[in-house]
Design a protein around this ligand. Sequence first.
Ligand SMILES: C[S@@+](CC[C@H](N)C(=O)[O-])C[C@H]1O[C@@H](n2cnc3c(N)ncnc32)[C@H](O)[C@@H]1O
Length: 199
Amino acid sequence: MSHDERQRWNDRYLRAPEPREPSAFLRSLAGRLPTTGRALELAGGPGHDACWLARRGLDVTLVDISDVALERAGALAQAEGLRLQFARLDLEVDPLPAGPFDLVVCLNYLWRPLFAALPGVLAPGGLFVFAQPTRSNLQRHPHPSARFLLEDGELPALLQGLQSLSLTEGWTDEGRHEARILAQRPGNGIRPAGAPTPQ
Ligand SMILES: C[S@@+](CC[C@H](N)C(=O)[O-])C[C@H]1O[C@@H](n2cnc3c(N)ncnc32)[C@H](O)[C@@H]1O
């Protein structure tokens, strides 16, 4: 699969205009995300979200299958004077980069077996941000096609070893039907992000 998938995404990025704005969902979480430590972005494409995270102070590793996406991300980072780490990986086959990460972000990419690997790369208290369109999105948009979509209501059952801090599913301001989650790896008495300090 990987060669075809890499070629497909390379072709797509070569045709795509650039650069893109950082994810509105990610930006909406700004007050809850770490601004120091290590972040991993899975299938991050041409780097718009990875650069946003790096600009906020995180040491970011961007993973993607597409060489063109990684080249674009490198150019974007260089233009902004940011340093990113890159890994060209096929997430359906290759192991994740070694953690621990304080934040893992995965937006608009679905490979269900990845959920089982997350607790192994997240630091205790580390956060996971994920968003993906669901089947209802087909009511308004032909793409992504059904094989790339979550089933409606599926996301909570995919989460393994992580605690959900906020989960929403519905039509977004951008007009897509998405499931979105902010989750945390519990551990070592660390309070959930955003929880009130005990008196
Ligand atoms: C819909 S784009 C999303 C890009 C970015 N996360 C965003 O939200 O704009 C899907 C991304 O997944 C990458 N991808 C597809 N299959 C992959 C795989 N098997 N391993 C790693 N990345 C993959 C593509 O190259 C592409 O950048």
